[in-house]
Design a protein around this ligand. Sequence first.
Ligand code: FAD
Ligand code: EPU
Length: 339
Amino acid sequence: MQLLRNADLKSYNTFGIAAKAELLARFGSVADLRSLLTVPELADRPRLVLGGGSNVLFTHDFQGVVLLNEIPGIDVINEDERTVLVKAGAGVVWHELVLYCVQHGFGGIENLSLIPGKVGAAPMQNIGAYGVEIKDTFHSLEALRTSDGEVITFDKAACNFGYRESFFKREGRDRFVILSVTFQLNKAPHALNTSYGNIIDELERTGITQPTITDVSNAVIAIRRSKLPDPTLLGNAGSFFKNPVVPKALAEKIKASYPDAVAYPAGDGLMKLAAGWLIEKAGWKGHRAGACGVHDRQALVIVNHGGATGQAVYDLSEQVLQSVKDRFGVELEREVNIL
Ligand code: FAD
Ligand code: EPU
């Protein structure tokens, strides 16, 4: 097992931040991971498991060991006439799993097409897009508990999923390495979810009247490409902040002053506000601060124009957060994992 010292992390994070890891190793199986965890030099070091590095911001070098998850494999482990259980290794690229499912006629995750990163990180923040979250089709996952090397199976309830939240992002953080995730998907005829965003517009634009899961996947891919920057061309980690959930009274107060404010009901006297709208209204869209800035097509995305430090990106996010708070009385919460 190769252990790299003073490893450059630039190509392992989609922000393209040039941080270093004291040590870096890869694992492709639970056996690899177990033996890595018993290497004396690594046993007491801080550890960071990385998938595609598309939801992290390195604000300094990582003093410890970065473990790159490369566990492969996509398998159908059970099926009946209507449903199928698909188990994927945590190192599988998420979009490749989506394409596999779409090609095999397994419906349920097509709205999550083109989300960067790997399968193992998807439960971390219960990834979501276009009206669907992984919790909707999640069956179970296997994770290694680092304290004793045991592999534990988590069902949906144990993962405690919420909006961009889970047990693994909170109490379970740094205590488990997710090894595989199993989804319960549907065979045709599929119940499609086309009500969110501009999926219907995109299907109409392309002349599709009776969409299949492939059509929905293609529509989502086209919409995402038109809005979100491609990290291979412009460093970013997607939405930097979550969309804030606020009391209805605060949302109504904002709406009274700004009738175009974007707000959706979020249950229990709460409303979810579009953080992109708040940030744009606070004047940040397209703003550039040295090598980093706020994306000019989607104000929720902070970008690295090239050569930005993680600290500069973080400082910009702090300014954005403060100005939204001053202007609207809304406190944004970062979605990206700050390291
Ligand atoms: P990483 O960045 O490598 O890791 C993220 C966190 O998970 C870290 O804390 C890491 O330690 C932990 N982790 C990773 N793997 C494991 C594991 N196997 N076991 C335990 N912990 C682990 N997200 C959405 O929800 N919806 C979107 O629509 C969306 N769009 C995006 C668009 C762009 C252009 C970009 C760059 C990002 C977007 N994201 C979106 C965010 C990101 O893609 C997801 O959060 C994704 O799941 C991160 O996967 P990753 O493998 O890159 O995780
Ligand atoms: N908006 C603005 N100005 C902007 C950006 C957005 O006014 O600069 C408005 C839009 O006009 C729209 C609303 O805000 O009315 C919502 O915008 P959009 O549909 O682009 O989605 P979002 O709420 O900004 C969320 C997720 C994305 C996900 C999309 C699609 C969060 C934090 N972000 O973005 O996820 O892809 O919806 O479902 O929930 C991510 O998590 O990294 C991510 C990209």
